[in-house]
Write a protein that binds this ligand. Structure first.
Ligand code: G3P
Length: 219
């Protein structure tokens, strides 16, 4: 299972990378705006900075929603680094763009997936990743991780190579549910990832070990 971090914050990306468990980064226009990154050249420079930190799998999203625009932007993004995965929205023109990039050997991440039908189309078009949004489905009272299970089953039926990248992760519980179901990748903010580290019995056990060592050694 791969772990991606869902942020454009360079410090958080470095922190997750230093943990030794990070396989990639996903960004989106909202996350870039949150970091105050604006203007074409600044955006490109920021993607380069992210690529300098991690080993692979940096999702960079196109802004255009027409086919020609997505191709132009996607090619420019892909030219930044072989680590770049061009993020394309799940719309009709996006599907065509995914097909185009697949034929050129450029990896894509089809984003804003909210149904199994959308995931099936993205896989058929040749997306390297699909991003179903777990938390946003939960937000509207539907079963986010249920969608992950549905896509796992469908892709398994036909051996699609598209990786299921569970996105819009809000908690460590989401991460574990996705792992249990068999998602290939989760992308999450830093906190749900680091929350996986914690258990009160670990803290209690370590305190006891250290106390016993001190008693026996006098230091
Ligand atoms: O990167 C897309 C996705 O992970 C967004 O998450 O929390 O804004 O629904 P969220």
């Amino acid at each position: 299972m791969k772990f991606f971090i869902d942020t454009a914050n360079l410090e958080e990306i470095k922190e997750a990378y230093d943990l030794g468990i990070l396989d990639g980064v996903t960004t989106n226009p909202s996350l870039m705006a949150k970091e105050g990154i604006s203007g074409h050249e600044n955006v490109l420079a920021h993607y380069r900075a992210i690529c300098d930190i991690v080993d692979d799998n940096v999702s960079a999203e196109v802004i255009a929603t027409d086919y020609e625009g997505m191709i132009q932007e996607g090619e420019e993004l892909a030219a930044l680094s072989p680590k770049i995965v061009v993020k394309i929205p799940m719309i009709k023109e996006g599907l065509k763009a995914i097909k185009y990039f697949a034929a050129k050997g450029i990896r894509t991440n089809c984003t804003l997936i909210f149904s199994a039908g959308q995931a099936l189309l993205a896989a058929k078009a040749g997306a390297a990743f699909v991003s179903p949004f777990v938390g946003r489905l939960d937000d509207i009272g539907t079963d986010g991780t249920g969608l992950i299970a549905e896509i796992v089953e469908i892709y398994g039926n036909y051996g699609f190579e598209t990786e299921i990248l569970a996105a819009s992760i809000r908690s460590s519980k989401h991460i574990l549910e996705c792992a249990t179901i068999g998602a290939d990748v989760i992308t999450s903010p830093l906190k749900p990832i680091t929350s996986l580290l914690n258990h009160p019995l670990t803290d209690k056990g370590l305190a006891q070990f250290l106390a016993d060592h001190k008693k026996a050694n006098g230091k």
